[in-house]
Design a binder for this molecule. Sequence first.
Ligand code: BGP
Length: 483
Amino acid sequence: MGFRKDFLWGGASAAHQFEGGWQEGGKGVSIADVMTAGGNGIPRRITDGVVEGEDYPNHVGIDFYHHYKEDIALFAEMGFKAFRTSIAWTRIFPNGDDEEPNEEGLKFYDDLFDECHKYNIEPIVTLCHFELPYHIAKKYNGFMDKRVIDMFVKYSNTCVERYKGKVKYWLTFNEINNQTGAPIAHHLIQEGGILTTDDNPDNEWMMYQSCVNELIASAKAVKEGKKINPEAQFGCMMGFTPFYPENCKPENMVEAMAAMHKTEWPLEVQANGFIPAHVEKLWERHGYKIALSDEEREALKEGTVDIITFSYYMSRVAAWHEGNTHFEFHSQGIPGMGESDEVDNPYLSKTAWGWMIDPLGLRWALNWVYDRFHKPMMIVENGFGAYDKVEEDGMVHDDDRINYLRSHIEAMRDAVDEDGVDLLAYTMWAPIDIVSASTGEYDKRYGFIYVNYNNNHEGDFARSRKKSFFWYKHVIETNGEDL
Ligand code: BGP
């Protein structure tokens, strides 16, 4: 009973949120490098190139680029079996469409993966985590252009070939479903949101088209990657949020189903190999002409994933509104698209950023995915963003974080023990404080390891262990028995 003996306990991060060194080692500019800091209710913005005087936190991250040995040693001290990180596309192909890869960039990840293996830490590697090369966004309008599919596949093949003996687990795109989950520019980052605006009526069509192109790129990368390295295991990566109906009114029940359709459809594509009927119907209803050839449909079929991975932070609630013409969930009131179909959950508390805390939702999520696809799964993100305070004893006593993680690991253990789901890994987000993806803040902290740096760019990047560091070490030591 309990977790499998070889369960991969660890943590997860993403290149743009912690590496820094944005102009070192021949790296090119990514979309994340032209994203301003937000916070305090101000949204992040993607600027057209780097603008002097703006704050771009991803330029520095937490300087992992120069601290990776120290950081991996700390992960090893906690007993990590796995570390999920991403490769910055622009370290390998600085412009995205370059002929030859950048050797210095390739070498950096060689060293990083070697450092992980030194401590028997298995790397789990995301190829594209919210950071398309800026040049691709500008020149091709990102994944709206079919040529970018081949650029991604070339990049993926280069990595799978180079790190053959070092990386077994590959995830193609981070939270690929967020591309169409909420039609605001922030979610167009991966495709190159620079050329779109929030109130562009073509946004939804563009999001579907660019997401379809990403799905084709992903499938081709899986198929070719398995030829390059038959040992490799490829996974999709979803941002998973269960949707509950507001109550047992049948309309709300069907609205919650529609919300799951709307937000998780790429998972169906990557696991089943075809576009689900409900999506084809939505395109038809809206008159979206999605370019998808027979050959591309075949590619989707041939490139299904081996494992399903997802992030889990919260659940959400869907409500039907009188006057809605279809069961078609909209999370935001968008011009021409009606009011928001999302409401609060009165049974749950929230983080300081309004994310609903729902450990049982994780058990529900694991079952929802396993019931449908029967493939091994990994939880590759789950964590608690908070304002941490260093106390007089020099330590962060992050009991709220411990409670959050404990309750989620318990729910995950129940899903394994009582429901029989096949779970391979748990990599919490993020073992060390990093830059927040949604707000660009340093002060939204997730780590077991505190980094002395803040929103005002004060601090020396010194690392120190929080109370949760010692708690998680014990969790790993007991393989999740003693929480
Ligand atoms: C996920 C992203 C991560 C990470 C996490 C936490 O959606 O995959 O990159 O950032 O959310 O979000 P945030 O950093 O906005 O708190």
